[in-house]
Design a protein around this ligand. Structure first.
Ligand code: SAM
Length: 286
């Protein structure tokens, strides 16, 4: 048997669970093939930290046992994906996107009495729902007679756990702290839960949003055209090739003039030339 490398020896000595180089490399490759998420060499601690809870829950003794488990347990594969994804989000995150949506999409639509009353928006990595619900609130504020419009917001994510929370639409009060009193009053109802005061999205907002599980590295099953796509703070976890493949498929869902919003540190530079950059992380389909 080969002697353990110093890094392996260190890992075996100090950790609750044995976590060698082979474990990290195998899990890293599996995560990439399942989710597109590229875990750099620096992500060892993150992988260990996020998966130890799974090992404890399953009462396993090592990452080698965990890898064996993954070979025969599809549910655990889903748990692995849920554990590895980063779900940070908030209501009206990167507010300029919602202002742009209001001023350049919704306001002209509302003003055009003879125009189409159909609007399709996709929140492509919606996490716990704050993003699609913020879109829905923006729509309701900008289209006073929204009920007479054919507006649909599709919200998707790979992570089954965040989708469950998104569908429920109940948030601890502190997560709604950045919302105006007016929005809180119109779009939420208060409810007491074991953890304290929570706020629940009202049916008028929830009714505009449909949640579905969707993996962005697979084929996109929806039919376009999609007027606006929010694909924010997700491709940052993908390598350039995975980004290229994704945006090739995304671009086919949009017509010239349609909009694509990316996250604050994401860009289509050298990734996709089907869009023109028209504002801070705002792209228009060419
Ligand atoms: C940081 S959150 C971004 C949430 C929201 N878009 C925002 O900007 O606030 C990233 C989300 O991408 C999701 N995700 C990661 N890989 C994915 C994939 N291959 N397909 C679909 N969703 C994915 C994660 O589950 C996570 O909820």
């Amino acid at each position: 048997m080969q002697a353990a490398s110093p890094r392996d020896a260190n890992a075996l000595r100090l950790r609750e669970f044995a976590f060698g180089e082979e474990d990290f490399q195998a899990l890293r490759a599996l995560v990439k093939s399942l989710t597109g998420i590229h875990l750099s060499e620096q992500k060892r601690e993150l992988v260990y930290g996020r998966l130890t809870r799974r090992l404890r829950t399953l009462q396993l003794r090592s990452f080698a046992e965990y890898r064996e488990r993954l070979k025969k347990d599809a549910q655990e594969v889903a748990e692995l994906c849920n554990a590895i994804t980063t779900n940070l989000t908030s209501f009206f995150r990167e507010p300029h996107h919602f202002q742009y949506l209001r001023d350049h999409v919704l306001a002209p639509l509302a003003a055009d009495r003879d125009g189409t009353r159909r609007l399709r928006i996709w929140s492509a990595a919606c996490s716990t729902g704050e993003e699609p619900y913020s879109i829905a609130m923006t729509v309701l504020e900008a289209l006073p007679d929204a009920a007479r419009w054919d507006v649909r917001i599709l919200a998707t994510d790979l992570d089954s756990e965040v989708l469950h929370r998104a569908r429920r639409g109940v948030y601890p009060a502190e997560r709604t702290g950045n919302l105006s009193a007016q929005r809180l009053q119109r779009f939420f109802s208060d409810r007491q839960e074991a953890g304290g005061l929570c706020r629940q999205i009202v049916p008028e907002v929830a009714g505009l949003v449909t949640f579905k599980q969707l993996n962005l590295i697979h084929a996109l099953p929806m039919r376009g055209p999609l007027d606006v796509i929010f694909c924010r703070n997700v491709v940052i976890y993908f390598d350039k090739d995975t980004q290229r493949e994704l945006f090739f498929r995304v671009a086919r869902l949009q017509r010239p003039g349609d909009l694509l919003f990316l996250g604050h540190s994401e860009s289509l530079f050298k990734v996709c030339d089907s869009y023109a950059l028209i504002g801070k992380t705002i792209h228009r389909r060419i």
